[in-house]
Design a protein around this ligand. Structure first.
Ligand code: ATP
Length: 531
């Protein structure tokens, strides 16, 4: 197993994130509120680094993209034009028995994971001659008779004929799991209603009266702010096609099943680009953006091996889209979407043209031509990228107690080797690390060391977020920094007072080298990949 393959669990990650100030449950002192998260001192720096890396790649380093920061609440007509009112709904199924709601497209997966389904399957499976697991409907029926009343009462009711479970009927019913109509409730085994539309937008009211005239919505995506400002940007920014408008901001969706830690939240942050292009260049521009975006994910430390693309089949595409590719990351809970990159044609601008009565056109002076541009939309989630970065960075390692040895990735379930201790480390790419370096005086009760350390701290913090820590044994101070992913630890010791050198400790290898203070800024820049 190499260092990249530590099998991180969300429980271990969430415990670290809470302990070290990355992510807290929202309103925790009141028992929390499902689907909402707060980012602590380290988490907000991590998110800021993600946003800044995106903004740099998309806006600062390019000549063809400008930024925007639109309001969260917009005219309600925006959401009619975009299709979100009346359209932005996920078909839902609710359980007639326990009343829980499920997204119809997620029931099959949740059913696979459901506790009662697993218990039933385990109880009813027997090992076949060749070691394969064989499904045994009689055993399943017996399990249901014994335990099903408590765990899957709805299912039991559906299986009973008189007072007896008929195994043939049970087998038929379980086969029915394969069809949407036949699926029971993942939570209790009860009967689900047929899929019904459910609007995911949060509603609010503008003004004093809570009537329909004042009804508005929290934006479910940032993109519509860009389309609604298309003409403003065109008039003011001297952009020439192809050009893009980029925006980062909060979005809100009343998700039915917020889950997998922060992966699916009800309040989250998006980084969206609308790249306006000449009609007919859609395929080429879409392919270009898929590659650009894959490059960006690699640049923030997500490795090729855990990234992938999901290319939509023509039949999966929205009617107006000509292509869509999702950037996927292999999370501990499965391979899931980080970003969607869609070629949306002129759908959005045309709809706004229709609903607002304003011509959403671009005029090309060279060709003396007026047209509604097409658009390619790379749309990513800050929180999902942060979660992927945390999953990628998290390791438990065995480190030799004696100085100088290399850390080894821990193997869960195996005993700690003699002479080793455990450390938890976040191996962030330096660009994402919340703190880039920590400065320590070896001893806090030696004023000459403290003074020198504060000098070094002042020198470095002009350029980077740098932490100063004088409390506790030096080993403990290193560990604290390892747990928040600080790439470098700089220690001021007695030799520093003699020859002006400090030790620079590398988070990943734990190796220490001496460097003159005069060269420290260059050494740090090089170690962070900025030189
Ligand atoms: P999903 O199918 O997972 O609900 P989606 O395809 O509806 O997502 P988009 O509408 O394409 O998502 O949104 C673009 C990006 O915004 C997503 O790739 C994701 O990174 C982010 N995002 C969307 N919904 C959420 C959410 N509930 N929580 C966190 N991030 C989200």
């Amino acid at each position: 197993m190499n260092a990249n393959d530590f099998p991180v669990t969300l429980d271990a990650l969430a415990a670290l994130c809470k302990r070290r100030g990355f992510i807290f449950q929202s309103s925790e002192i009141y028992g929390g509120i499902n689907g909402f998260w707060d980012y602590g001192p380290m988490g907000c720096e991590l998110k800021r680094n993600i946003r800044e890396a995106w903004w740099k790649a998309m806006v600062r380093d390019r000549d063809d993209i400008v930024g925007l920061d639109a309001s969260i609440i917009m005219h309600p007509r925006v959401w009619e034009a975009s299709g979100h009112v009346g359209g932005f709904s996920d078909p839902m199924q609710s359980c007639r028995q326990c009343r829980r709601m499920f997204r119809a497209d997620q029931v099959a997966e949740q059913l696979r994971e459901s506790a009662w389904r697993r218990a039933l399957t385990d109880a009813a499976a027997t090992a076949g001659a060749d070691g394969a697991v064989v499904w045994n409907p009689d055993a399943a029926a017996r399990w249901l008779e014994k335990k099903g009343a408590a765990l899957a009462p709805g299912l039991l009711a559906r299986c009973r004929e008189g007072e007896r479970i008929e195994t043939a009927r049970l087998a038929a019913l379980l086969a029915g799991f394969a069809t949407p109509e036949g699926r029971p409730c993942p939570a209790c085994g009860g009967e689900l209603t047929p899929p019904r539309d459910f609007n995911l937008m949060f509603r609010t009211f503008i003004g004093a009266l809570e009537d329909s005239a004042g009804q508005a919505y929290l934006r479910p995506e940032t993109a519509q702010g860009i389309f609604a400002n298309f003409l403003n940007v065109l008039d003011t920014a001297r952009v020439k096609i192809p050009f893009g408008i980029a925006q980062i901001g909060k979005a809100f969706r009343n998700e039915i099943n917020p889950r997998n830690y922060t992966f699916r939240s009800r309040e989250f942050e998006q980084m969206e680009l609308e790249y306006f292009i000449r009609p007919g260049t859609d395929a080429e521009m879409h392919a270009y953006w898929v590659e650009e975006r894959m490059k960006w994910y690699r640049s923030i430390g997500l490795p090729e091996g855990r990234l992938s693309k999901y290319v939509y089949e023509p039949k999966e595409l929205a009617h107006y889209a000509s292509a869509c590719t999702d950037v996927m990351y292999r999370f501990p809970f499965g391979t899931q979407e980080l970003e969607g990159i869609a070629a949306r044609g002129d759908f959005d601008l045309r709809r706004h043209q229709e609903y607002s009565g304003k011509a959403m056109e671009y005029f090309d002076p060279e060709k003396n031509e007026r047209f509604v541009p097409h658009v390619v939309e790379p749309s990513a989630g800050v929180d999902r990228v942060a979660l992927a970065a945390l999953c990628e960075a998290y390791r438990e390692e065995w480190v030799p107690k004696e100085a100088g040895g290399e850390p080894r990735t821990a193997v869960p379930g195996e005993p700690l080797p003699e002479g080793y201790e455990v450390r938890t480390v976040l191996r962030f790419a330096p660009v994402l690390a919340p703190i880039k370096a920590a400065v320590f005086p070896l001893l806090k009760n030696r004023p000459e060391l403290v003074e020198k350390a504060k000098e070094v701290h002042a020198l470095l913090r002009r350029r980077w977020p740098v932490f100063y820590d004088q409390t506790g044994a030096i080993g403990r101070r290193y560990r604290r920094q390892d747990e928040i992913g600080t790439p470098l630890g700089i220690t001021i010791d007695f030799q520093t007072l003699d020859d002006g050198t400090v030790t620079v400790r590398d988070r990943d290898t734990m190796r220490q080298e001496r460097a003159p203070i005069a060269e420290l800024r260059d050494r740090v820049a090089a170690a962070l990949g900025e030189a």
